[in-house]
Design a protein around this ligand. Structure first.
Ligand SMILES: Cc1cc2nc3c(=O)[nH]c(=O)nc-3n(C[C@H](O)[C@H](O)[C@H](O)COP(=O)(O)OP(=O)(O)OC[C@H]3O[C@@H](n4cnc5c(N)ncnc54)[C@H](O)[C@@H]3O)c2cc1C
Length: 473
């Protein structure tokens, strides 16, 4: 177990010599820096926060922290859902959100170079103006790209285009020792030793501080159409997912949602878009999918084929959203699930398992049987096309410690089931501190030994983001 030192007034003076008035202590620290979007895993303010602006500043600060064994936590926008950016060991918080320049486009090589604090929606909008798309599309558009890369964020379009990992070509990293290093290159393939670039992706701020990213773009599709597909029950809905994929329809997004979560989201938005019943029968679950193409005319036969397949598989109806307004309305309800749940719930926890697509229904039935014995409400939705499921446990009347104990029992069973079905405990949100106990159970001792070894090589003094992923405090 690493021993850390306190941040002394002398060290604060050294930080001020590097970053001036961007160093904050005491009441000047932004209270948001104590938490991310899932405070149930724990909160703590750092002893000092520093808004960093350059690779050189980060390097100078890391050298001081490494020499003095001061813990450092890196933060992007703080939208994470596993407590990964929470400075639970105190020490220094490096806020990278102010490093927000889009530095350059190299469109002949289909790449853009950015600082880590650029927001996902800023890059998406800017590249679209140039006719290009940055495909990763996690639900939270106001996350920083540095945070997205550090969690290997997934999102709606992963089913067709892959997750963030697939779009990272190169990065500049400051190691915990303060050394500045470049991983990867602006090339479309490489077979040049171990991929340190890929080790950094999804490492949740435990191996190094990302200060520059070179990301891949693709030509933007010219047309999209979304389908809202109601089903009488969840089983028929989920069983339809592989049929869409097997028929080479290549949806850009393929989400499933149960009736109760759609209703709560629409109540939050004050607008109902999804049909609640069809021919007098209640809708039990929905698929929401989007198809894209470089040619609008190519979409019609795809939509017709998709409609035939889902109706034959037991869909109640197929609603086509083919104008920007209709598409926006259909996706607004999906995008507001978490905010809808948050508004209606006092105590909230979640899990983000990923299972083989063929096991989704099996897994969800198991979760629904656990709900009956849990004492809290369970709300589920997910990226059906890639088997990534978000299960929310919600209570308005339990005491916090009772809720936490019941959720722990529930999560143990849920993660054990996901592992038994060939799944993993996180599809896109990461491990942070919220899921650290479950990772070793799921992966086993050899995997954990290798991860701890990697951590040791990058960070011999264990100063970077203690208590996260594989290094328990
Ligand atoms: C409403 C909502 C919807 C969401 N939907 C999705 C979704 O669909 N898919 C998905 O994957 N996630 C989703 N998320 C989770 C969250 O948005 C992502 O995990 C996101 O990638 C976090 O980015 P951030 O900038 O907020 O990072 P933070 O929360 O600030 O940090 C996350 C981790 O990244 C590290 N980090 C941040 N910047 C750097 C850096 N420059 N160098 C090194 N490490 C760094 C931190 O130390 C921490 O470990 C959602 C969250 C919300 C609130």
């Amino acid at each position: 177990m690493a021993q850390y030192n306190s941040v002394t007034p002398e060290l604060i003076e050294k930080f001020k010599a590097i970053a001036g008035s961007r160093v904050a202590t005491g009441e000047d620290i932004n209270p948001d820096f104590a938490r991310d979007e899932m405070p149930i895993y724990g909160t703590r303010l750092p002893d000092v926060s520093i808004d960093v602006m350059s690779t050189e500043e980060v390097s100078a600060i890391m050298k001081i922290c490494n020499e003095n064994k001061i813990p450092v936590t890196v933060r992007g926008a703080g939208t994470g859902l596993v407590g990964a950016c929470v400075p639970i060991a105190g020490g220094v918080l490096l806020n990278t959100a102010k490093m927000k320049k889009i530095l350059s486009y190299d469109l002949e090589n289909f790449v853009v170079t950015v600082q880590p604090g650029v927001l996902l929606n800023e890059l998406a909008e800017d590249s679209l103006k140039k006719g290009y798309m940055y495909p990763p599309d996690p639900g939270e558009k106001f996350a920083c790209l540095g945070g997205n890369v550090s969690t290997n964020a997934g999102g709606m379009r992963a089913v067709k285009y892959g997750a963030t990992r697939d779009y990272v070509r190169a990065m500049t990293v400051v190691l915990p020792t303060g050394e500045i290093v470049k991983f990867g290159a602006t090339v479309s393939k490489t077979s040049s030793g171990y991929s340190l670039l890929n080790l950094m992706i999804g490492s949740e701020g435990t191996l190094g501080v990302i200060t520059e990213l070179t990301l891949k773009l693709i030509p933007a599709p010219v047309a999209t159409v979304s389908l809202v597909i109601p089903f009488a029950d969840l089983d028929t809905c989920i069983a339809t997912v592989p049929k869409i994929l097997q028929n080479h329809l290549k949806p850009q997004a393929l989400e499933f949602m149960e009736r109760k979560i759609v209703i709560s989201s629409e109540e939050f938005l004050g607008k109902a878009v999804f049909p609640r019943s069809f021919n007098g029968e209640d809708v039990g679950a929905y698929i929401l999918c989007t198809f894209d193409s470089d040619n609008r005319d190519e979409l019609d036969p795809i939509i017709e084929k998709a409609a035939d397949i889902v109706l034959e598989a037991g869909a109640m109806d197929v609603l086509v959203a083919d104008t920007p307004d209709k598409i926006r309305d259909a996706w607004a309800a999906r995008s507001s699930f978490l905010e809808g749940i948050e508004e209606q719930t006092k105590l909230l926890d979640e899990c983000d398992v990923v299972v083989p697509v063929t096991e989704i229904a099996n897994f969800l039935h198991y979760v629904n049987t656990l709900e009956a014995e849990s004492g809290f409400k369970v709300q589920s939705f997910g990226h059906a096309g890639d088997g990534n499921l978000h299960i929310y446990t919600c209570s308005n009347d339990m005491e916090l410690d009772v809720f936490k104990a019941h959720v722990a029992t529930f999560m143990e069973k849920v993660y054990a089931k996901a592992t038994e079905l060939g799944g993993q405990i996180s599809g896109e949100h990461g491990i942070g501190m919220g899921k650290i106990d479950y990772l070793s159970k799921s992966l086993g001792p050899v995997n954990m030994r290798l991860m701890e070894g990697v951590k040791n090589v990058f960070d011999p003094n264990m100063i970077l983001n203690p208590g996260k992923v594989c290094y328990k405090m």
